[in-house]
Ligand binder design. Sequence first.
Ligand code: A2P
Length: 347
Amino acid sequence: MGFKVCIVGATGAVGVEFMQVLERRNFPVDELLLLASKRSAGTTLMFKGKPIVVKELQKDSFQGQDLALFSAGSGISKEYRQACVEAGCLMVDNSSAFRMEDGVPLVVPEINPAEAAKALQKNGGKGVIANPNCTTIIALMALAPLHREAGIKRLVAATYQAASGAGHAAMVELEDSTRAFLDGKSYTPKVLPHPYAFNLFPHNSPMTDNGYCEEEIKLSKESNKILGEKGLRITGTCVRVPVLRTHAEALNVEFQRPLSVERAYELLGKTVGVTVLEDRAKNRWAMPIDVAGHDDVYVGRIRRDLSQDNTLDIWVVGDQLLKGAALNAVQCAEVALLGALAPNANR
Ligand code: A2P
């Protein structure tokens, strides 16, 4: 038995990945409905070798649908949540709209899979699963197994975030502005607030009163919710770098109990969804170009922080559009509706 699946934001950077992930993981799709704004209604996209015409999102789009994968921004998620849920359609939402709402599970299926089924209305849930922030998912894939073993006390994160997190238009801006730079032409940024070619800048999410941007606050709050904790001390500096689709993160993690470098490698070496990639002798670690298009999160460069007890430094790299967004969302649907995860593909 298959499902009627719709994608809200089908023409976007994550929307296109939703289709590929559903196809690649053989998710049982009986019918796929592609939804976007009026602007791209009528566009044709391919799914399993067949063309599907994109339709304009409407309040009644969810009638008869089993699963809706949303990635069209928080505003659209808020506007259409009620219509989706009232139609009895499970909403897996890639935006930040409901992540911190009580009763809405925030799920990374390798970490807290049981939460996903709690979203189902037949289980008394609200009909919504929130897909966490991309940076948070990627960090926690490496940190959750270590937290279970030794208990995180404090995390200091520095992130190197790709254009894809700001959507398809930001990826185009990176390419166009780089080309303009090389051609000696001027380029006025249209999507991001600063010149992007051969540059980097603190994350462009809204600034808050305490000097953290929202992305940094998400990392802290969402990590606590996913790990079922309240008091993990987390601070981060999130930076947008001129990379197309893969985030890298330097994590400095202090633990409550001793954890050796060897044991950390052992734990991560057997974690589903994590690949250790490194060649210490050659000073070669996972890079965005290694990881783009791969399902797993890649880790390495684990070393003891010489400045502080019980503290490790870890390098983590993950495809923002896959594990950071579309893959994690489809995996949420897998555990909620099928009860198990399909295997990952690392191409
Ligand atoms: P459209 O192509 O019609 O603008 P990204 O995250 O890459 O920026 O993509 C955003 C996605 O959200 C796109 O598919 C976009 O569709 C969709 N979207 C934006 N605004 C709306 C809207 N008002 N109704 C439905 N979909 C929307």
